[in-house]
Ligand binder design. Structure first.
Ligand code: IPD
Ligand code: CA
Ligand code: CA
Length: 261
């Protein structure tokens, strides 16, 4: 089964730029914000962004599978070619007019992610990766940081939507990491977190209960930039797993030990 990944990449990038424009146009102007769960928001911007991406893909690849956050299985075509989309990663930031959010588009063949695209509409930073070809930020190759020590590392994490009812394990890990690392950030977009590991801004990222659309593109971008990505037990990460640990390799074992204490 062959497909021109350059063409796939270009269609994905075009769709992401279209969505970025939609998101910028709605930014700061939303009148209604709905709740999918107590802390899980969805806005007209999520929906419009997703519709734009789905239409752009459908126009070029009518028989591909599309798995997108807001419509889930609606575009299931039983194809080996599958697009995995988060039309707005960082909706809580977006709803509060914090300009840290992204559009995340991944393309997989028989379950293997081959293309990853993450675009930050407010900064214009475009992260792209193609399997076995590398990862780029606005066209320049990127790689993970050389930082060797956790004590000098800047980390990033996120808290799942059940943190209020089940805070203990998350807080215990957070506190231990806080003591071990130079600092921790919580940006609010898992796709951006992974891209920032990829380009060396963070040494490590961990989070629980993310969804496939949160990580599919960012994982390939980070891996192609040299990151190590596993679950908390050290086994290979796949996008359906409930835990992710992505690092520059050097701090991986130290972080994994803390996560398992
Ligand atoms: C969220 C972001 C956030 C993470 C949440 C995700 P959404 O995605 O990636 O960083 O902590 O768990 O659900 O809901 O803004 O697309
Ligand atoms: Ca998301
Ligand atoms: Ca989303």
């Amino acid at each position: 089964m062959t497909i021109d990944l350059e063409h796939v990449k270009n269609v994905g990038i075009g769709a992401a730029y279209g969505s970025a424009e939609i998101l910028r146009n709605h930014f700061g102007g939303l009148t209604t914000i709905q709740k999918k769960g107590p802390e899980d928001l969805v806005t007209a911007a999520d929906i419009e962004s997703e519709r734009h991406i789905v239409d752009a893909i459908r126009a070029r690849f009518p028989d591909h599978d599309i798995y997108a956050e807001e419509s889930r299985e609606k575009h299931h075509m039983d194809s080996d070619f599958k697009w995995i989309i988060d039309p707005l990663d960082g909706t809580t930031n977006y709803a509060h007019q914090v300009p840290i959010f992204s559009v995340s588009i991944a393309f997989s063949v028989s379950g293997e992610i081959r293309v990853g695209i993450v675009l930050q509409p407010m900064t214009g930073e475009l992260f792209v990766a193609v399997k076995n070809k590398g990862a780029w930020l606005n066209g320049r190759p990127i790689s993970v940081s050389e930082g060797q020590r956790l004590s000098e590392a800047l980390l990033v994490t996120g808290f799942p939507y059940d943190v209020k009812t089940n805070s203990r394990p998350y807080m215990a890990r957070f506190e231990k990491m806080l003591n071990a690392a130079r600092g921790i950030r919580r940006l609010g977009s898992a796709a951006v977190d992974l891209c920032y590991v990829a380009c060396g801004r963070f040494e490590g990222f961990w989070e629980e209960h993310l969804q496939p659309w949160d990580t599919a593109a960012g994982v390939l971008i980070a891996e192609e930039a040299g990151a190590k990505i596993t679950d908390f037990s050290g086994d290979a990460y796949t996008i359906d797993k409930p835990e992710i640990l992505a690092t520059n390799h050097h701090v991986h074992d130290e972080m994994r030990t803390i996560l398992n204490e």
